[in-house]
Design a protein around this ligand. Structure first.
Ligand code: PRP
Length: 223
Protein backbone atom coordinates (compact mmCIF):
# COMPACT_ATOMS: atom_id res chain seq x y z
CA UNK A 1 0.00 0.00 0.00
CA UNK A 2 1.26 3.53 -0.69
CA UNK A 3 0.08 6.96 0.32
CA UNK A 4 -3.46 7.11 -1.05
CA UNK A 5 -2.91 9.98 -3.46
CA UNK A 6 -0.20 9.82 -6.09
CA UNK A 7 -0.15 13.61 -6.39
CA UNK A 8 0.84 14.10 -2.77
CA UNK A 9 3.90 13.24 -0.81
CA UNK A 10 3.08 12.25 2.76
CA UNK A 11 5.68 12.83 5.46
CA UNK A 12 5.54 11.34 8.96
CA UNK A 13 7.16 13.54 11.59
CA UNK A 14 7.80 12.44 15.18
CA UNK A 15 6.50 14.44 18.13
CA UNK A 16 9.12 15.36 20.69
CA UNK A 17 12.79 16.26 20.46
CA UNK A 18 13.16 15.65 16.72
CA UNK A 19 10.05 17.53 15.64
CA UNK A 20 11.40 21.09 15.59
CA UNK A 21 14.71 20.19 13.93
CA UNK A 22 12.92 18.06 11.33
CA UNK A 23 10.36 20.76 10.51
CA UNK A 24 13.09 23.43 10.29
CA UNK A 25 15.22 21.32 7.96
CA UNK A 26 12.30 20.49 5.67
CA UNK A 27 11.26 24.16 5.58
CA UNK A 28 14.70 25.01 4.16
CA UNK A 29 13.90 22.97 1.05
CA UNK A 30 10.37 24.36 0.78
CA UNK A 31 8.62 21.49 2.54
CA UNK A 32 6.40 23.24 5.02
CA UNK A 33 2.75 23.97 5.74
CA UNK A 34 0.79 26.62 7.53
CA UNK A 35 0.12 25.64 11.15
CA UNK A 36 2.69 22.83 11.09
CA UNK A 37 3.19 22.35 14.81
CA UNK A 38 3.52 19.35 17.07
CA UNK A 39 0.96 20.99 19.33
CA UNK A 40 -1.62 20.85 16.56
CA UNK A 41 -4.66 18.70 17.29
CA UNK A 42 -4.99 18.23 13.55
CA UNK A 43 -3.53 14.85 12.63
CA UNK A 44 -2.83 15.65 9.00
CA UNK A 45 -1.62 19.07 7.93
CA UNK A 46 -1.68 19.73 4.21
CA UNK A 47 0.06 22.16 1.91
CA UNK A 48 -2.31 22.05 -1.07
CA UNK A 49 -0.16 24.25 -3.25
CA UNK A 50 2.91 22.05 -2.91
CA UNK A 51 0.97 18.81 -2.55
CA UNK A 52 2.52 17.83 0.77
CA UNK A 53 0.77 16.12 3.68
CA UNK A 54 2.38 16.00 7.11
CA UNK A 55 1.41 13.35 9.64
CA UNK A 56 2.45 14.12 13.20
CA UNK A 57 2.79 10.86 15.04
CA UNK A 58 4.14 9.35 18.24
CA UNK A 59 7.86 8.87 17.74
CA UNK A 60 7.80 5.07 17.95
CA UNK A 61 5.06 4.88 15.30
CA UNK A 62 6.85 6.76 12.50
CA UNK A 63 8.50 3.61 11.02
CA UNK A 64 5.12 1.84 11.05
CA UNK A 65 3.41 4.58 9.01
CA UNK A 66 6.27 4.44 6.52
CA UNK A 67 6.55 0.65 6.21
CA UNK A 68 2.81 0.30 5.56
CA UNK A 69 2.84 3.19 3.07
CA UNK A 70 0.47 5.42 5.03
CA UNK A 71 3.38 7.86 4.78
CA UNK A 72 5.82 7.93 1.87
CA UNK A 73 8.70 9.20 3.93
CA UNK A 74 9.48 9.93 7.56
CA UNK A 75 12.11 11.27 9.89
CA UNK A 76 13.13 9.12 12.82
CA UNK A 77 16.08 8.36 15.09
CA UNK A 78 18.23 5.37 14.13
CA UNK A 79 17.62 3.93 17.62
CA UNK A 80 13.84 3.87 17.19
CA UNK A 81 14.16 2.64 13.60
CA UNK A 82 16.35 -0.29 14.58
CA UNK A 83 14.14 -1.17 17.51
CA UNK A 84 11.04 -1.16 15.28
CA UNK A 85 12.51 -3.77 12.93
CA UNK A 86 10.51 -2.14 10.12
CA UNK A 87 11.54 -2.74 6.53
CA UNK A 88 12.05 0.70 4.98
CA UNK A 89 14.72 2.43 2.92
CA UNK A 90 17.09 4.63 4.85
CA UNK A 91 17.77 7.51 2.47
CA UNK A 92 19.86 9.94 4.48
CA UNK A 93 21.64 10.43 7.77
CA UNK A 94 20.39 13.88 8.77
CA UNK A 95 23.07 14.29 11.42
CA UNK A 96 20.93 15.94 14.08
CA UNK A 97 19.40 14.35 17.18
CA UNK A 98 22.78 12.84 17.96
CA UNK A 99 22.71 10.56 21.00
CA UNK A 100 23.96 7.16 22.03
CA UNK A 101 22.44 4.06 23.53
CA UNK A 102 24.04 2.68 26.64
CA UNK A 103 23.57 0.62 29.76
CA UNK A 104 23.56 2.43 33.11
CA UNK A 105 23.24 1.45 36.74
CA UNK A 106 22.83 3.24 40.06
CA UNK A 107 26.19 4.59 41.28
CA UNK A 108 25.78 2.89 44.65
CA UNK A 109 25.10 -0.53 43.14
CA UNK A 110 27.94 -0.96 40.69
CA UNK A 111 29.32 -4.46 40.18
CA UNK A 112 32.93 -5.14 39.17
CA UNK A 113 32.27 -6.55 35.68
CA UNK A 114 29.56 -6.22 33.03
CA UNK A 115 28.90 -9.97 33.12
CA UNK A 116 28.15 -9.69 36.85
CA UNK A 117 24.78 -8.25 35.75
CA UNK A 118 23.78 -11.44 33.90
CA UNK A 119 20.28 -12.67 34.78
CA UNK A 120 19.31 -9.33 36.35
CA UNK A 121 16.47 -7.06 35.26
CA UNK A 122 17.04 -4.31 32.74
CA UNK A 123 14.41 -1.62 32.10
CA UNK A 124 14.28 -0.20 28.60
CA UNK A 125 12.32 1.27 25.73
CA UNK A 126 14.59 -0.74 23.42
CA UNK A 127 14.25 -4.44 24.35
CA UNK A 128 15.29 -5.73 20.90
CA UNK A 129 18.46 -3.66 20.70
CA UNK A 130 19.23 -4.46 24.34
CA UNK A 131 18.75 -8.18 23.81
CA UNK A 132 21.04 -8.16 20.77
CA UNK A 133 23.68 -6.34 22.79
CA UNK A 134 23.51 -8.65 25.80
CA UNK A 135 23.40 -11.75 23.60
CA UNK A 136 26.62 -10.56 21.97
CA UNK A 137 28.15 -10.54 25.44
CA UNK A 138 26.76 -13.99 26.19
CA UNK A 139 24.45 -12.57 28.84
CA UNK A 140 20.85 -13.58 29.45
CA UNK A 141 18.77 -10.82 30.98
CA UNK A 142 15.23 -10.16 32.09
CA UNK A 143 13.78 -7.29 30.04
CA UNK A 144 11.20 -4.90 31.44
CA UNK A 145 9.64 -2.71 28.76
CA UNK A 146 8.96 0.86 29.84
CA UNK A 147 7.64 3.70 27.70
CA UNK A 148 9.46 6.66 29.25
CA UNK A 149 11.36 7.94 32.29
CA UNK A 150 13.43 4.76 32.09
CA UNK A 151 15.85 6.11 34.71
CA UNK A 152 13.24 5.47 37.35
CA UNK A 153 13.81 1.72 37.06
CA UNK A 154 16.93 1.34 39.23
CA UNK A 155 15.89 4.19 41.56
CA UNK A 156 12.69 2.52 42.67
CA UNK A 157 14.07 -1.01 42.55
CA UNK A 158 12.16 -2.11 39.47
CA UNK A 159 15.38 -3.10 37.72
CA UNK A 160 19.10 -3.37 38.34
CA UNK A 161 20.01 -1.41 35.21
CA UNK A 162 18.62 0.49 32.23
CA UNK A 163 19.32 0.55 28.52
CA UNK A 164 18.45 3.98 27.23
CA UNK A 165 19.62 6.92 25.14
CA UNK A 166 21.91 9.64 26.46
CA UNK A 167 22.10 13.03 24.84
CA UNK A 168 23.60 15.53 27.28
CA UNK A 169 23.99 13.15 30.22
CA UNK A 170 21.91 15.40 32.47
CA UNK A 171 19.21 12.83 33.24
CA UNK A 172 21.80 10.22 34.28
CA UNK A 173 23.65 12.73 36.47
CA UNK A 174 20.55 14.09 38.15
CA UNK A 175 19.43 10.58 39.03
CA UNK A 176 22.77 9.22 40.29
CA UNK A 177 23.11 6.76 37.47
CA UNK A 178 26.34 5.91 35.70
CA UNK A 179 26.97 4.61 32.21
CA UNK A 180 28.78 1.27 32.32
CA UNK A 181 28.52 0.06 28.72
CA UNK A 182 28.27 1.79 25.34
CA UNK A 183 25.91 0.18 22.80
CA UNK A 184 25.56 2.37 19.68
CA UNK A 185 25.38 5.92 18.32
CA UNK A 186 22.19 7.25 16.75
CA UNK A 187 21.15 10.25 14.65
CA UNK A 188 17.97 11.21 12.80
CA UNK A 189 17.38 9.42 9.48
CA UNK A 190 15.22 10.14 6.45
CA UNK A 191 13.34 6.93 5.72
CA UNK A 192 11.15 5.93 2.79
CA UNK A 193 8.50 3.37 1.95
CA UNK A 194 9.91 0.86 -0.55
CA UNK A 195 7.00 1.14 -3.00
CA UNK A 196 6.76 4.93 -2.75
CA UNK A 197 10.45 5.13 -3.58
CA UNK A 198 9.71 3.58 -6.97
CA UNK A 199 6.33 5.20 -7.66
CA UNK A 200 7.33 8.71 -6.57
CA UNK A 201 11.00 8.41 -7.39
CA UNK A 202 11.52 11.82 -9.01
CA UNK A 203 10.04 13.78 -6.15
CA UNK A 204 11.65 11.75 -3.39
CA UNK A 205 15.02 11.76 -5.13
CA UNK A 206 14.84 15.54 -5.58
CA UNK A 207 13.92 16.06 -1.94
CA UNK A 208 16.81 13.83 -0.83
CA UNK A 209 19.28 15.70 -3.03
CA UNK A 210 18.03 19.10 -1.80
CA UNK A 211 18.37 17.98 1.81
CA UNK A 212 21.87 16.64 1.14
CA UNK A 213 22.86 20.03 -0.24
CA UNK A 214 21.50 21.87 2.80
CA UNK A 215 23.34 19.49 5.14
CA UNK A 216 26.59 19.96 3.18
CA UNK A 217 26.24 23.74 3.36
CA UNK A 218 25.59 23.59 7.09
CA UNK A 219 28.70 21.42 7.52
CA UNK A 220 30.86 23.86 5.53
CA UNK A 221 29.58 26.80 7.58
CA UNK A 222 30.66 25.02 10.73
CA UNK A 223 34.21 24.39 9.45
C1 PRP B 1 15.30 10.66 26.73
C2 PRP B 1 15.99 9.46 27.35
C3 PRP B 1 16.57 10.03 28.59
C4 PRP B 1 16.89 11.47 28.21
C5 PRP B 1 18.34 11.61 27.92
O1 PRP B 1 14.06 10.79 27.30
O2 PRP B 1 15.08 8.41 27.56
O3 PRP B 1 15.64 9.99 29.64
O4 PRP B 1 16.15 11.76 27.02
O5 PRP B 1 18.67 12.94 27.62
P1 PRP B 1 19.85 13.70 28.38
O6 PRP B 1 21.06 12.82 28.32
O7 PRP B 1 20.02 14.97 27.58
O8 PRP B 1 19.41 13.97 29.78
P2 PRP B 1 12.94 11.75 26.71
O9 PRP B 1 13.20 13.15 27.09
O10 PRP B 1 12.82 11.50 25.23
O11 PRP B 1 11.65 11.31 27.46
P3 PRP B 1 11.18 9.93 28.07
O12 PRP B 1 12.00 9.69 29.29
O13 PRP B 1 9.75 10.14 28.37
O14 PRP B 1 11.40 8.87 27.02
Amino acid sequence: MTSNNMDYITIALPKGKLFGLSADLLAKVGYTAEDLSEKSRKLVITNEEKKIKFIISKTADVPTYVEYGAADIGIIGKDVLLESGMDVYELLDLGFGRCHLMMAVHKDHKRPKLTDYAHTRVATKFPHIAEKFFNSKGMQMEYIKLNGSIELGPIVGLSESIVDIVETGTTLRENNLEEIAYIMDATARLICNRVSFKLKFDRIHQLTEDLKQILELAKEEKL
